[in-house]
Ligand binder design. Structure first.
Ligand code: SAM
Ligand code: SF4
Length: 327
């Protein structure tokens, strides 16, 4: 599928807006409601939309949320997803707290080889402050179990905030000396109404300077076909990779090859643009496969050339928070 001169081959599917964590950069600071169960796309519905999207050229899928592993029967869904023809690459973004060695083994038996974990600190106390949950040990064990079971690469996403975990940049980076992990620093994106203040946002340049002053100059790493938006580097002699995801300081819109399917059954061509097209209602009202494919293609015509978040004016801030869109 082509949109804004780009080939779109990547579908990011949010299977739920619910989460067992309350990360301060992700969930709204004021009380919020979750989506009614009947309005959430059922697994059969997600599988049908995905199959049609694959017929139109999608080859990669990432499952996200909310927290994907809080949804009931997720493993049987993932097993069926892995059976879709033309789907070559399935990965999952998770906080890791509900995974166990046995469950990770199950994922690898389905053919899932890549997992992204979110981990913003190596300090259990700070972890509880950021996520609202005392689950550091479980997440840490899941990351290492994945590594031992051959998940590769194990990617770790960290959102760095001034005064919260900016003193963890070096500790997180040092993991790459010993393990072949990809540690990716994601710039905080203001979405919905999180508790994060503007002055807590730290951009990549500052993070990079901190890393280089401790570990020496970062060496750029060549991109591979499976790369996402992260700009990749290595500390000289390290086993792992340091990545920077820079939606604010240097947007990567011209390379963005993704479409999102939210748990509400809407197609969202851009994370940072509020436009969404509902595909679930037509599907529930009996639309044919051809009609649904037309809806997918028409959503893509709305893929913007670039997002408007860099100018920081409030009208450009997405009204939904990450858990409701799917990060
Ligand atoms: N619950 C899973 C997890 O935490 O990995 C999957 C969903 S979460 C929304 C996906 C990613 O979005 C996480 O890596 C998280 O760090 C990132 N994220 C959430 N809110 C963010 C924000 N406001 N700015 C930048 N990244 C954010
Ligand atoms: Fe949940 Fe992931 Fe958001 Fe944290 S970042 S609240 S784990 S969805």
């Amino acid at each position: 599928m082509i949109a804004s001169n780009r080939t779109i081959n990547y579908l990011r599917i949010s299977v739920t807006d619910r989460c067992n964590f309350r990360c301060l950069y992700c969930v709204p600071s004021s009380p919020f409601s979750v989506i009614e169960h009947k309005k959430i796309a059922r697994y059969e519905e997600i599988l049908r939309i995905t199959k049609l999207a694959c017929e139109l050229g999608i080859t990669k899928v990432r499952i996200t949320g909310g927290e994907p592993f809080v949804r009931k029967d997720i493993f049987s869904f993932l097993n069926r997803l892995c059976a879709i023809e033309n789907l070559k690459d399935i990965s999952i973004t998770t906080n890791g707290a509900l995974l166990t060695r046995k469950k990770i083994e199950q994922l690898t038996s389905f053919g899932i080889k890549r997992l992204n974990f979110s981990l913003d600190t190596l300090d259990p106390v700070k972890f509880s402050q950021i996520t609202g949950r005392d689950r550091f040990k479980q997440v840490w064990e899941s990351i290492f179990a994945s590594h031992e079971l051959g998940i590769s690469p194990v990617k770790i996403n960290a959102v760095i905030l001034r005064g919260i975990n900016d003193d963890e940049i070096e500790n997180l980076t040092a993991l790459t000396l010993k393990y072949p992990f990809h540690i990716r620093f994601i710039e905080y994106m203001p979405m919905g109404n999180s508790a994060v203040e503007k002055q807590q946002q730290i951009l990549t340049q500052e993070i990079r300077e901190k890393i280089e002053s401790r570990f020496g100059k970062l060496v750029p790493v060549e991109r591979t076909f499976n790369d996402g938006p992260a700009k990749k580097f290595q500390i000289s002699g390290a086993r792992g990779i340091v990545g920077f995801i820079t939606p604010i300081s240097s947007h990567f819109c011209s390379e963005c090859n993704r479409l999102r399917l939210t748990s509400r059954g809407t197609l969202r061509p851009c994370l940072l643009n509020n436009y969404e097209k509902n595909i679930l209602n037509p599907l529930r009202n009996g639309a044919s496969d051809d009609e649904l494919k037309k809806i997918i293609l028409s959503a893509l015509t709305k893929k913007p050339a670039f997002h408007g978040l860099t100018d920081q004016s409030s009208e450009n801030i997405p009204i939904s928070h990450m858990t409701s869109i799917g990060g």
